[in-house]
Design a protein around this ligand. Structure first.
Ligand SMILES: Nc1ncnc2c1ncn2[C@@H]1O[C@H](COP(=O)(O)OP(=O)(O)OP(=O)(O)O)[C@@H](O)[C@H]1O
Length: 485
């Protein structure tokens, strides 16, 4: 299928150039014509072209020299050469320098247009290939946005409204709340869903790299720039760019971002040529950008540019209704949680939000013995948060000094069932108990005070649950508990 092409025609033969230009324009192409290599360079400097046709024999800068300049300046253009008879060698040289085709004069304009079309398709394929590579390496499949709390339902409604507009979207929310998932949902529900979705996290990159990642660089523009590299705006051209942690964007780059948002133009580092891109921007922040503006760290004009449509993602602790659904979603098939663990997870405050919840599940599935996650498999911070009983004391007969946290001291002092002399340890009052009696009384008392909950009791006693079960069995059979301890 023929396409409209932006074409640069460079030939010193006025008649040929004019008739060729008219022919191409009649077919709907946009044409710039120039009679010399030097003039062609000024066009290339100012504008983007899909294809350039260079005559090889020109006074001043000839076609080959022009090709060399195109290579040096890394212009993104497909070049077709025109040659008179006897200059095939020069054409071979041009092809080796990166030209994509050549034609021998005289050639029909129809033929030339056909070759220009092929060159344009080749350029598009090259670009698509570049974008696909970037997408394949950067993208995971779009995750599903899980949640049926009121907040998430409102958010889903908002997403379906803002997605088709192509306007910039700003997503606000704490770290780990799912801002990238929301960005993917916006892209998936837009008409750009089959176009590139490219992401960058400004906080994850050293500041010097952010500019080169976003806007690209030219070979040799700084130490380590060993090749020309397109920036992510170019990679995302025609699609969506997601800038995570936009509040971290260095102040000196903010005008550059504003510029590309205003008119789609950008310059690679070290390159004076302006390029044009068409990209939908989705930005995310876990900072309050209005505060950043007030503090002078974020440009106000940029803030208004990106804050056209705002989506707010509440922290997980404010939508506890989503937790059970998220657990179901992230638990491997066939796995479950016991009641206490589920309750603990639902009531936990999740400072790291959904990301933390996923990590907790992953850790627990590694630690759990069977496919049931219990309190023993949860990290300390969740267990402690659940433990409202840390201040609990031993029953009075065990005195102040032998409260739960200090119990092992009392027991250690009474090895091998020797009786405790109350006078030696007045804290124990007139009890004259053996270790076994002490252990049994203590364990049973804690169990009773914790409503018979064995998991909580084991945790509170600082022993594994299996050890508690063995102790209880032994108490029932009136066997000494020491072996278990
Ligand atoms: N509602 C949700 N449904 C499904 N998965 C979610 C949801 N929210 C978050 N996640 C998952 O949680 C993890 C963290 O989410 P994401 O990276 O989108 O958070 P973020 O807010 O962008 O974090 P940061 O600000 O630190 O970049 C990801 O693995 C993501 O897939």
């Amino acid at each position: 299928m023929s396409q409209t092409i932006k074409l640069l025609l460079v030939d010193d033969e006025d008649d040929y150039r004019r008739s060729c230009g008219k022919f191409m324009e009649r077919l709907g192409h946009t044409v710039r014509s120039s009679a010399s290599g030097a003039e062609a360079m000024t066009f290339l400097d100012r504008e983007d072209f899909d294809v350039a046709v260079f005559d090889i024999d020109m006074p001043g800068m000839n076609g080959l020299e022009l090709m060399q300049r195109v290579q040096e300046e890394a212009f993104d253009v497909e070049v077709v050469f025109l040659t008179g008879k006897g200059t095939i060698e020069a054409c071979v040289q041009a092809m080796q320098m990166g030209a994509c085709d050549f034609l021998t004069k005289p050639c029909s304009l129809v033929d030339l247009e056909h070759r220009v079309q092929l060159a344009s398709q080749r350029g598009k394929l090259k670009k698509e290939n570049q974008q696909l590579k970037a997408i394949v390496t950067r993208n995971r499949p779009a995750p599903k946005l899980v949640g049926n709390s009121v907040a998430m339902k409102d958010l889903s409604r908002m997403i379906s409204k803002v997605a088709p507009t192509r306007k910039p979207v700003l997503i606000e929310g704490e770290s780990g709340t799912g801002k990238e998932v929301v960005a993917r949902s916006v892209q998936q529900q837009s008409d750009l869903s089959d176009r590139p979705f490219v992401t960058i996290n400004c906080a994850a990159l050293p500041q010097q790299l952010v500019e080169s990642e976003l806007f690209g660089h030219q070979k040799g523009s700084f130490t380590g720039a060993t090749a020309d590299k397109p920036g992510l705006f170019e990679v995302a051209d025609g699609g969506t760019l997601f800038i995570d942690e936009v509040g971290e964007l260095p102040p000196e780059l903010q005008p550059k971002l504003l510029r590309v948002l205003e008119d789609g133009s950008l310059r690679r580092i070290g390159c004076h040529r302006e390029r044009k891109v068409k990209v939908r921007l989705i930005a995310a922040t876990n900072r309050d950008l209005t505060e950043e503006v007030k503090a002078g760290r974020f440009r106000e004009d940029l803030f208004y540019r990106i804050n056209v449509l705002t989506l707010n993602l509440p922290p997980l602790r404010e939508r506890k209704g989503d937790i059970e659904l998220l657990l179901q979603h992230f638990l491997p098939r066939g796995w479950s949680l016991d009641d206490e663990t589920l309750e603990t997870m639902v009531h936990y405050h999740w400072p790291g939000n959904v990301r933390q919840l996923i990590n907790v599940i992953e850790r627990a599935t590694i630690l759990a013995d069977q496919q049931v996650i219990t309190m023993d498999d949860l990290p300390r911070e969740l267990v402690h948060a659940n433990d409202s009983l840390s201040s609990m004391r031993l029953p009075p007969e065990f005195s102040e000094s032998s409260h739960l946290n200090g119990e092992s001291v009392a027991i250690d002092h009474c090895e091998n069932g020797t009786s405790i002399d109350a006078e030696q340890d007045p804290a124990l009052g007139d009890s004259n108990l053996k270790v076994d009696d002490l252990v049994k009384a203590h364990v049973l008392k804690v169990l009773e005070q914790l409503g018979g909950n064995k998991a909580k009791t084991a945790r509170h006693l600082g022993i594994h649950r299996r050890k508690l079960y063995r102790l209880l069995e032994r108490f029932e059979q009136n066997l000494p508990s020491e072996e278990v301890l």
